[in-house]
Structures are given as C-alpha cells and as structure tokens.
Design a protein around this ligand. Structure first.
Ligand code: FES
Length: 85
C-alpha cells in the first residue's frame, strides 16, 4: 500500500492566533487536490510554541516529520508536492 503523507495543522491557541485559522482551508482543499494520498487533520497544540516561544514561528504545521514554521497554505502545499515527487 502506498504511504500516506500526514499533515497536521496546529489549531492550538498560539498557532490559531498567529494565523492557523487561515490554514483551516487546507483541511478542505488538500483532500480535494490529493485524494487519499494525504491525510490532513487539525490537531491541538503540537507543543512547539512553548519550546520556541521567544522566537515563536507559529503557526506550525507538521508534514510527516517535517515541521513547517510560519506556515502558509503555499508552504504546506509545496512541502506536500516535494514529498510526492
Ligand atoms: S499552539 Fe501550535 S504548537 Fe502550540
């Protein structure tokens, strides 16, 4: 079976305030674009904002094991495309 790419959009408070509300559209658009090759979900705080608080680069999105800082829709789609190559 083909491996699924997992995309986790942090919807914790810090990330949400820092803009992950804009990323929620990924939860709709990614399955439309990639079908079941990619599993996308909103998740509670990934714990990254507290580690990295002073230099907070929220919002964070995880694509498999890769952490995307200051995530945008474009960055996330690019990361997915890289992995599917
Ligand atoms: S709220 Fe996103 S990592 Fe904490």
């Amino acid at each position: 079976m083909e491996k699924q790419i997992s995309v986790k959009v942090c919807l914790g408070t810090t990330c949400f305030v820092m803009g992950s509300s804009n990323l929620q559209e990924l939860i709709e658009t990614v399955p439309k674009k990639y079908g079941n090759k990619v599993d996308v979900a909103g998740v509670p705080c990934l714990g990254l904002c507290s580690i990295d608080w002073e230099f907070s680069k929220a919002p964070y999105v995880k694509v498999d094991d890769e952490i995307i800082k200051e995530a945008t829709v474009e960055k996330v789609l690019k990361a997915i495309d890289e992995k599917l190559k």
